[in-house]
Design a protein around this ligand. Structure first.
Ligand SMILES: Nc1ncnc2c1ncn2[C@@H]1O[C@H](COP(=O)(O)OP(=O)(O)OP(=O)(O)O)[C@@H](O)[C@H]1O
Ligand SMILES: [Mg+2]
Length: 261
């Protein structure tokens, strides 16, 4: 059975698609069978970072029951498989994202990891991705809005039965006064799987005429090494789960966000 992991953030633009693609490639590189699913049903762009401009069959068709899941799987770089989402707004309106769980259960036995690139926010499509997953990995920027949104996403994921395993810190500037990974770990009460700097080469992934994730384009880069570290941690290396919630703005926020029993 595959580990089905939703890559979510709450906040838009935190790096979910970037992390999904690079992590998928690094997991594949260490011998895992990996399927990436673009679960951003409204604003699909996983296929863009994988340089796939057109795809005859998409997740839309699968969710509409018009295509079998296996027929919407495409080959990506370094042995990964992926299911793109559709670009048609008409189909998007007709799609029932709640069918994602049953789609995944049909594919589960063929993979070690199924990564779901979730949309931003906590609308229905995001809830479907979180419900369809067993685990959630958050992508967080070192800013208070991003942390607050990650906290909400964590609570929603837990409510939906997805184990929130930790977070990836993205867009680190290494500036004085910046919120650190350890501080975010304390606030979210989650381990940090890795930290990526704000990096021109990562940003370029979506800008090239033939885009590809940095882990394919620049194998020796610092960012690629970090994605490889995150992949190996995901496959078993233990991460310290120690987390102490500090008193202050975020613990008050956490109190406000807790669901009433
Ligand atoms: N560490 C980084 N350094 C520089 N640019 C980055 C970094 N991570 C992501 N980006 C860039 O930021 C933009 C947003 O990244 P991405 O699309 O992965 O985020 P997202 O969370 O999937 O966004 P959305 O919420 O719109 O789905 C992209 O242009 C991407 O190339
Ligand atoms: Mg995205």
């Amino acid at each position: 059975m595959a580990r089905v992991i939703a890559i979510a953030s709450g906040k838009g633009g935190a790096g979910k698609t970037t992390v999904t693609a690079n992590l998928g490639i690094c997991l594949s590189r260490i011998g895992k069978k990996v399927l990436l699913i673009d679960a951003d049903i409204a604003m699909a762009n996983l296929s863009l970072i994988l340089d796939m401009k057109t795809s005859p069959m998409t997740l839309h068709d699968v969710l509409l029951g018009e295509v079998r899941p296996n027929d919407a799987i495409y080959d990506g770089p370094e042995g990964i498989h992926f299911i793109p989402s559709g670009l048609s707004l008409d189909n998007y309106k007709r799609v029932d994202s709640e069918r994602l769980s049953s789609v995944i259960s049909e594919l589960n036995s063929d993979y070690d990891f199924i990564l779901l690139d979730a949309a931003a926010g906590i609308e229905k499509n995001v809830l479907s991705a979180l419900s369809a997953s067993n685990e959630t990995l958050l992508v967080v920027m070192p800013t208070s809005p991003s942390i607050a949104d990650a906290l909400k996403t964590k609570l929603v994921a837990q409510k939906l039965g997805s184990k929130v395993i930790g977070f990836v810190l993205n867009f680190v500037l290494n500036e004085k006064g910046e919120i650190t990974g350890q501080e975010i770990s304390n606030m979210l009460e989650l381990p940090c799987y890795g930290a990526l700097s704000s990096d021109e080469e990562i940003r370029r992934s979506f800008m090239l005429q033939h885009p590809l994730p940095i882990s394919v384009r620049k194998k020796d880069s610092k960012a690629t090494k970090e994605f490889e570290k995150i992949a190996s941690r995901l496959t078993g290396l233990k991460i310290e789960e120690k987390a102490v919630v500090k008193k202050g703005f975020f613990s008050r926020l956490l109190g406000k966000l807790r669901f009433k029993k």
